[in-house]
Design a protein around this ligand. Structure first.
Ligand code: BG6
Length: 508
């Protein structure tokens, strides 16, 4: 069993086997520009990938030189010398082919000649995944070379429901072994998500109170100020539940709630995460009205700029009922968490971008100071995943003087202040882990299928509940889809999920 240390920060540890040929399928898409090439270049500058060959595989009629000049734009502004840039760009190549055409795949060995380690990155439109996997397999490209490895990274979305996720897993398993498959959820690559494990299991003071005796509720917020941008088409078939909850938010929940693993082997950690996802209580489905809120953004103002509503975005059906915001109240049926609500929300076009897990503790057993005008508030441990990565503990301090009232004050740890340099990009960490053969921070088949089976029941419920678009006349029986103004904290309905006892969503 490989013993790795996912809790160690940065990209230290063993070095991956070389030489490597990395094929990026769908290289002309946004992900390559925004994440993959910048991350690979950064790894290159740090001397992590040596003379790896990076081959773009896509339909578009690009040449190798065109790919290189595009890549040059993608790494503009990043660190490194002119010589490093040139050397990195010289390692890029381009293979033009449709995803269906076997002939394209048959040319791959020529591009990878002399490179015995092969990594495939699937970043095509998701409906092409089965075709690409199948063609790789039937052209004999899934088998490792002697003394080398062959692995495949599958970008999200991994299916759009349980059935399609099972089918995609089956296609993968026809050609690859499970240990060759890396299903990416880039949230797990974020430094602060790994720090959540360090915080819990590397310190003695948190774990004893990390349970339903001391914790009132947990909030998970994945808020974005951006809209759907150029991805309207994709988003129409996805929506916030599939795009953010099934994967990123549930992974944050799993890392927050899991039992301490017996060791740090990849499967020890993934087994514990799986137990959490499997423990999701179906009450959310039984009483949807008091456990789920969905909404869509209307026009508004974000960062001082007027922005369009969802229905006016490119690629969006003007009568669409796709949700751009979801809030859920879920419970975990475990000894540790029984009765503790996990309140999860995500949305586009909210007032700001922030990802945070906050643990809200119960009041002390006797409330000696509750009669005063400034009564103590609940202690909150907030883990800021991004931006301003760090952790704060909110506690009560006596206001100096005679009043005897309390005021919440913060103990604050910030990555920037304590460690100086910026935190590495999630994709750097994850790409490097895949090259090293460490799949700890990748999601396993059973985790994905379990989370889809929970999500599917919400989707089924929505499918049977008519909602009317804001722009279409509502049939008599339909509920109007809740709206929120862009640039705000989301729909009013989300407050009702919190239940009484002075629970409030954290300020965005
Ligand atoms: C992606 C979603 O997985 O995550 C996007 O498809 C979302 O809709 C993005 O914007 C958010 O990632 P990050 O790292 O910017 O929080």
């Amino acid at each position: 069993m490989v013993q790795t240390n996912p809790l160690s920060t940065g990209l230290d540890g063993t070095e991956p086997a070389q030489p490597l040929a990395l094929f990026i399928f769908g290289v002309t898409g946004d992900l390559t520009r925004a994440k993959l090439i910048p991350a690979l270049y950064s790894l290159f500058v740090d001397g992590r990938i040596g003379d790896a060959r990076i081959i773009g595989f896509a339909r578009r009629d690009w040449s190798r030189d065109h790919f290189r000049s595009q890549a040059e734009q993608m790494i503009r502004g990043q660190r490194g010398t002119a010589e490093q840039r040139q050397r990195f760009l010289s390692q890029l190549d381009y293979l033009q082919s449709t995803f269906e055409d076997d002939a394209g795949y048959r040319r791959m060995p020529d591009f990878a000649e002399g490179y015995r380690n092969r990594l495939y990155y699937l970043s095509t439109p998701p409906d092409a995944y089965p075709t690409v996997i199948d063609r790789i397999g039937r052209n004999g490209l899934a088998d490792p070379e002697p003394d080398g490895y062959t692995r495949i990274i599958v970008e999200k979305p991994f299916g759009r429901d349980l059935e399609s996720a099972i089918a995609l897993n089956a296609t993968l398993m026809e050609h690859f072994e499970e240990n060759q498959v890396y299903r990416i959820d880039h949230y797990l690559g974020k430094e602060t998500v790994q720090n959540l494990m360090m915080l819990r299991f590397g310190n003695g003071i948190f774990e004893p109170v990390w349970n339903n005796r001391y914790i009132d509720h947990v909030q998970i917020t994945v808020a974005e100020s951006a809209g759907v941008g150029t991805r309207g088409n994709y988003y129409e078939s996805s929506g916030a539940l599939r795009d953010m909850i099934q994967n990123h938010a549930f992974q944050l929940m799993a890392v927050t709630a899991m039992e301490p693993p017996n060791d740090t082997a990849p499967d020890s950690i993934r087994d514990e995460k799986l137990k959490i996802i499997r423990s999701l209580d179906p009450v959310t489905h039984r009483e949807p009205a008091s456990h789920i809120v969905r909404a869509q953004y209307a026009s508004g103002v974000v960062d001082g700029e007027p922005v369009a509503g969802y229905l006016d975005e490119d690629g969006v059906d003007p009568h669409s009922t796709t949700e751009t915001y979801v809030a859920l109240k879920v419970y975990l049926d475990t000894w540790r968490w029984a009765g503790v609500p996990f309140l999860i929300r995500t949305g586009k076009r909210l007032s700001r971008k922030i990802t945070e897990v906050s643990v809200h503790f119960k009041h002390p057993p006797l409330r000696h100071f509750s009669g005063s005008r400034h009564a103590p508030e609940r202690n909150v441990l907030a883990i800021r995943i991004q931006p301003d990565e760090g952790v704060t503990l909110k506690m009560n301090a006596k206001i100096p003087g005679q009043s005897g009232g309390a005021r919440p004050v913060l103990m604050d740890f910030s990555y920037g202040t304590s460690f100086g340099s910026g935190v590495p990009e999630a994709y750097e960490r994850l790409l490097f882990d895949a090259m090293k053969g460490d799949n700890t921070l990748y999601t396993r088949r059973d985790e994905i299928e379990s989370s889809w089976s929970f999500i599917d029941r919400i989707l089924e419920h929505w499918g049977t509940t008519d909602v009317a678009s804001a722009s279409a006349p509502a049939p008599a029986h339909a509920h109007a889809l809740a709206q929120y103004q862009a640039g705000t904290t989301g729909p009013d309905q989300a407050h009702a999920l919190l239940g009484g006892d002075r629970r409030r969503w954290r300020t965005l």
